[in-house]
Design a protein around this ligand. Structure first.
Ligand SMILES: [Zn+2]
Length: 260
């Protein structure tokens, strides 16, 4: 019995042995099991930039560009003969993730340029996740343009090939941002579900579902194949995007603290 594939994009954040109080880490063992299972099911692994919907491809993507991806995920993709896409935050390349809400002792490193270059030389795509991992739709037009244009140029200058895919931090986007993404020269935007009400724009949407620590094999496969769990997967994705936006929670709490 085979089920139709409803989703071909997966997003990972950290693939690591290091435990954290969050769900966006997948262990190296889980990741390897998942990739071997996808290969066993007959999928191949493509970068976003040359994804061909007529082929049986899965898009493996890594948001934020953590060093653990080079250490643990890249060897597994080498093993299954797959390529992937990493979204780098250009002001944080080679630095700790101080943009996130973790205390300093829990911060982890982003890949440096030589690690990103080695993945790029293997054939991986390095896309842009902006300069500073801020919620772009809350920023003014000029600052958004700088995030989009200078992060693209920075990666292109370092790696010597065109950057065509953008991934909005916290999956926060709207039709105005899409216009700016297009004006900055991107042709693809990696987003999360749900997909209802997608506006028209000149580029392509690359929808993805997140893979998390608690994803057992049936939950993992539910991210790809049409089934009754699909709406739950999408709800979970939305909740995690909101919870992951720790800086926003922080900002909401600030006025309360000062007024009390
Ligand atoms: Zn991110």
């Amino acid at each position: 019995m085979s089920f139709p594939v409803y989703n071909r994009g997966l997003v990972y954040h950290k693939v690591s042995e290091q435990f954290e109080w969050g769900v966006t880490t997948t262990t190296p063992q889980q990741f390897r099991t998942q990739m071997l299972e996808l290969r066993r099911l007959g999928f191949s692994f493509s970068r976003i930039k040359d994804y061909d919907p007529s082929l049986n491809q899965i898009l493996i993507t890594f948001d934020d560009g953590y060093s653990c991806i080079n250490e643990y995920a890249a060897p597994v993709l080498d093993e299954v003969g797959g390529l992937a896409t990493v979204f780098a935050i250009t002001d944080y390349v080679g630095k700790k993730n101080s943009w996130d809400y973790f205390p300093e002792s829990k911060q982890v490193s982003h890949m440096n340029w030589s690690e990103l270059r080695s993945l790029h030389e293997k054939g991986w795509e390095i896309g842009s996740h902006g300069k500073t991992h801020r919620r772009l739709i809350a920023m003014d037009h000029k600052k958004i343009k700088d995030e989009l244009v200078s992060s693209k140029k920075h990666i292109e200058d370092q790696l010597g090939s065109e950057v065509t895919t953008f991934c909005p931090p916290f999956n926060a986007w709207n039709s105005d941002l899409l216009i700016q993404i297009e004006e900055a020269g991107y042709t693809k935007v990696a987003i999360s579900y749900p997909l209802n009400g997608l506006p028209k724009w000149g580029g392509s949407f690359i929808p993805r579902l997140g893979v998390y620590l608690h994803d057992s094999k049936p939950l993992f496969l539910a991210k790809l194949f049409a089934n009754p769990l699909a709406p739950l997967e999408i709800l979970q994705q939305q909740l995690i995007n909101i919870a992951g936006d720790g800086k926003i929670l922080e900002n909401w709490l600030k006025p309360l603290k000062t007024s009390s």
